[in-house]
Design a protein around this ligand. Structure first.
Ligand SMILES: [Zn+2]
Length: 310
C-alpha cells in the first residue's frame, strides 16, 4: 500500500495505490499556491489523512509516500518550482515528521514518464523518452530500464532544446526553444493575439466567438478547415515537433518515445503529422524498430510512476 501525490500548479491529486498500476482511492484538492508552501503542505497532510480514513487504514499500513511535483527536485527537496512559487521546500522532511511514513520526492514529468513506461507500455522497452506537451513542455528519460536524472538531477529538459537560435522568446530566457514553438500556452497566445487584433477567419466560429476559450484543439480544427492564420501557425507546430523528435531519435536512439499532455490529448492529427516530419529527417538506423506512442494513463501517470519509483 503506497500513497502517490501529484502536486500541479492548479490541482493536487492524492491517490492510494494498492497494487501495481491500481489506484484504490483518489482525492482531488485545489493547489492554492498563492497562499505559500505552508498552507499547501497542510492541505496535502489533511487530504492524506482523509484518504487513509476513507480506506480504513492507519499510517502504519502505508509503505511509502511518493510526491511528484512540477519543478527541479534534488535529493528529495524541491529546489525550484516556478509553477508553485516554491524554492528549497523540504517536502520529504515535513511529510515524514507528521505522518511517520517514508517519503520520496520526484519531478512530475520524470514520474509520469516512469508511470507510462511501467503501466502504459508494461515496461516493454528499455530505452524510452517521455514528452509531455501542455502549457509548456517537459520530458523524462529512461535508459537501460532506469530513470536518468543527469549529473545535477535536472536532466531531460527537452522543452528547452533550442531549435532555432533566432526564434520565439521562451519563458526560460532563451530563444527558439521547442517549448516556445509547440507549448500550448505559446501557440494559443500567438493565435489569440491575432483574434484580439480583429482576425476572424474560420477560427472565429470554431472557437464560438470566445477568444478566451481558445485551445490547441481549436487551432488544429481550424487548420484542417483551411483557416489562413491557423494553417501558418499549425504547420509550424507540426514541423517543430517533428524536428524535436528527429533530434531525440538521432541523439538517443530510443526504442519508444511516449507523447502525452493536454495538447496531444486535445488534438487528433498532430502526432501523426510530426511523425512524418521526423521520418523524413532522421537517420535511417536511428529509426529501425522505433515506435512513437501516445500516453495512455492521463492524470494517473505521475501518481503511478512516483509510487513505483520509490
Ligand atoms: Zn526555453
Amino acid at each position: 500500500m503506497r500513497i502517490g501525490i501529484d502536486v500541479g500548479g492548479t490541482k493536487t491529486v492524492i491517490g492510494l495505490v494498492d497494487g501495481p498500476g491500481k489506484i484504490a482511492v483518489r482525492r482531488r484538492i485545489p493547489t492554492e499556491s498563492m497562499r505559500g508552501y505552508g498552507p499547501v503542505r497542510d492541505d496535502i497532510l489533511a487530504a492524506i489523512d482523509g484518504v487513509l480514513r476513507e480506506a480504513g487504514l492507519s499510517p502504519a499500513d502505508v509503505e511509502s509516500i511518493g510526491v511528484a511535483a512540477a519543478g527541479q527536485v534534488l535529493r528529495d527537496t524541491i529546489v525550484f518550482s516556478p509553477n508553485l512559487g516554491w524554492e528549497n521546500v523540504p517536502v520529504k522532511a515535513d511529510l515524514e515528521r507528521t505522518t511517520g511514513i517514508e517519503t520520496f520526492v520526484e519531478n512530475d514529468v520524470n514520474a509520469a514518464t516512469y508511470g507510462e513506461w511501467q503501466f502504459g507500455l508494461a515496461g516493454s522497452a528499455a530505452h524510452v523518452v517521455g514528452i509531455f506537451i501542455g502549457t509548456g513542455i517537459g520530458g523524462g528519460l529512461i535508459f537501460d530500464g532506469r530513470l536518468y536524472r543527469g549529473y545535477g538531477g535536472v536532466a531531460a529538459e527537452v522543452g528547452h532544446m533550442s531549435l532555432n537560435p533566432g526564434g520565439y522568446e521562451c519563458r526560460c530566457g532563451s530563444t527558439g526553444c521547442f517549448e516556445a514553438y509547440c507549448g500550448g500556452a505559446y501557440v494559443v497566445e500567438r493565435v489569440r493575439t491575432r483574434l484580439d487584433q480583429g482576425y476572424r477567419g474560420k477560427l472565429w466560429d470554431i472557437v464560438g466567438g470566445r477568444p478566451e476559450a481558445l485551445h490547441a484543439g481549436h487551432i488544429e480544427a481550424a487548420y484542417l478547415e483551411g483557416d489562413e492564420i491557423c494553417t501558418a501557425v499549425w504547420k509550424e507546430v507540426i514541423e517543430y515537433l517533428g524536428i524535436a523528435l528527429q533530434n531525440l531519435v538521432n541523439l538517443l536512439n530510443p526504442e519508444v518515445i511516449i507523447c502525452g499532455g493536454g495538447v496531444i490529448r486535445g488534438t487528433t492529427q498532430l502526432l501523426e503529422g510530426a511523425k512524418a516530419v521526423m521520418e523524413r529527417r532522421s537517420l535511417a538506423p536511428s529509426l529501425a524498430g522505433f515506435r512513437l506512442e501516445r500516453a495512455s494513463l492521463g492524470d494517473d501517470a505521475a501518481i503511478l510512476g512516483v509510487t513505483s519509483l520509490t
